[in-house]
Design a protein around this ligand. Sequence first.
Ligand SMILES: [Ca+2]
Length: 189
Amino acid sequence: MRLSSVLRTSLVVVSATLTVPASAELVTNGGFETGDFTGWTVENAPVGSSLVVYNDSTPFGSHYASFAANGGAYDSISQLLATSAGQEYSISFWVNNFGVENDSLLIDWEGVTVQNLTPLGTELESWTQITFNVTALSDGSLFRIRGFDAQSAIALDAISVTQVPAPGAAAVLAALPLLGNGRRRRRAN
Ligand SMILES: [Ca+2]
């Protein structure tokens, strides 16, 4: 009874503290709300390129990126992110695949394809979140998205890369035993 109450109190303290450090967004213009590819390096497919930012309402704003190259070659957008070697990062984005067949979406991290969606699973026709973690091997990581869709288009929005855990959270977790001891000692008095 007493232990559980101590535990509960500690958890409340921890959860309150964990919400404080905001996870800094490393991606510039990940929602394409500038109406263009500002912040991204664009490389067009040598044949059949079709890569645009559409001004259209999504759950995340009023613009999204559309990958629709139809020659079997990839259009690509990339950014060099301010990462630290050895740190883990969470990649998250939302995708809406219009039509299935002859489509491909690759996520490259530091020159390695870490997510290969070829073909892009099911015919989504609705916004679906894809999220996974990667580790930076260098200070500064090249984050690249490549896609084509000969049938229709792959829409992408709300692209995010954040550190895991958020800066500051590791320090809080390390201080956990101290918090617990302090609470117990006070209650004993
Ligand atoms: Ca958007």
